[in-house]
Design a protein around this ligand. Sequence first.
Ligand SMILES: [Cu+2]
Length: 610
Amino acid sequence: MKTADPFSLPRRRFVQGLALGATGLGLGLTPAQLLARQGHTGAPTLSGDTFHLTLGGADVNITGKTRPATTINGIVPGPTLRWREGDTVTLKVTNLLPETSSIHWHGLLLPFEMDGVPGLSFDGIKPGETFTYRFPVKQSGTYWYHSHSGFQEQTGLYGSIIIDPKTPEPHPVDRDQVIVLSDWSDEDPNHIFATLKKLSHYYNFNERTVFDTLRDFRDKGVIQTLKDRHMWNTMRMSDRDLADVTGYTYTYLMNGQSPNGNWTCQFNPGERIRLRFINASAMTFFDIRIPGLDMTVIEMDGQPVNPVPFHEVRLGVAETLDVIVEPKADQAYTLFAQSIDRSGYARGTLTPNPAMKAAVPEMDPPPLLGHTEMGMGAMNHSQMDHGRMDHSMAGMDHSEHANTVPFAVDSNNPDLPPRDNATDHADSEYGPGVDMRAMAPGEMLADPGIGLRDRDWKVLTYADLETAGGPPDSLHPEREIVLHLTGNMSRYMWSFNGIPFADSVPLELYHNERVRITLVNDTMMTHPIHLHGLWSDLEVGDGKLLRKHTITVKPGEKLSYLVRADTLGRWAYHCHLLYHMDAGMFREVRVVKAKADGDHSHHGAHGEDA
Ligand SMILES: [Cu+2]
């Protein structure tokens, strides 16, 4: 029998273009858009105020294996949507998948019915149905969109949004480039989640060996080594547990391409280039740098900030960061984004000549979790006593929770327990769903985070940033809500205040009130916390605010942000690590009309009767 010569095909084929099951035919693209797709722009850009998006399935080949993906208009990532501030956009989304789907417009201020969260905003888009989103565009900057149904985001349902401002750009550039970072697995995400539930360490290959122990004996002494080992064993954890899902199953993508694909952007030396980084991954924190090139941040989460030059940044899942680079030399640069646990990287090239490449840096060794990550006091590694680490219920006396309420709140809601201060732990945090509590959580906004503390170059932190133009809203909250980020690592249970979403009641905010949300991370993992529909104004110190939609909280960290509850409705509030959200780190936030006059003394004065 005669078949095609197998030797005429490469043995392993890495996807070179966007992850595609088909050519551009049938994708609903105009010839100009098809042309754009063949350039270096990543996904095609669709601009205007009316869009038709089709959600479907296609086979892709990222790693050498053909696997099913979910697609938007046939591609992964989906098209870049380019809007104009002040327009009203209409997006008809047709679902050709065999299951309910949705699109959430991440970071956008809109009526809650348009927010795209099944169960809160609407019923979701049933197979074969078309849902029409229509809302006014009230902001500018870099955003993205993704499915809020099941694990569809993991298999490809995401894309970028660029919104041009009404007023002239404060930072005009010669070239404007979206850089979407994401994580791809050949495994079915349902299988990944089931594996994590069974064995939370499954994907973690950085576990220590007997050689590490011998080295520790030498470096730290036998007693300290055994003490440390005992502590980690008691917690049934590893000091290398930086990521739940790792490069063992993930291939990290830049604009849909694997590191071998080497996504490339061509420039002319001397140009000012805007790079719009979007972390559209399901589970991965990326440490981004461009060796040899300074970056200057101009926007974060779509919001303008006072420019700050830097060399490296950790970008949380769902965050965006706009930077300006000005490569003067006739040389190539590597865009390097390694995962927080150093199990892999996404990579691309910025070059004046497509034939030119730059060296790809070595990955750093995986960092070790330390006392800071255990909430035993930030940056204080020497004098801490392991005895203060509370990792069991035994001997714990929490009867000292006093009845004094710093900001009086609704006492019927277990999320709002009386606390003397943010470091108290609510009764709901003592149960099988919680395996540790931070005893001395610290202010860590200026801490670059684990693995980035010893750099001899500038690592950007939240403490460096301030929303341009000064505080965008009041610094003075009318009440405070304290939420602890909690979990039980070995059971893969995640929650706020020890209460998973399934057992929770909605958090109520009163229309137009200003609320301070204080988060305390009691877990060993970094969590990107996202509140839909409302801005989160992070208090970065000295009366400065950083306006964001997603706030990353490091292990052992305590931070606060202010929220103006200015849009009525039902909003999702959750960890943006996909499998943490699914495992329970999720709340509904309800913005409701204030109760009748005379009946809201318990949540502070506001409105006309202030
Ligand atoms: Cu999380």
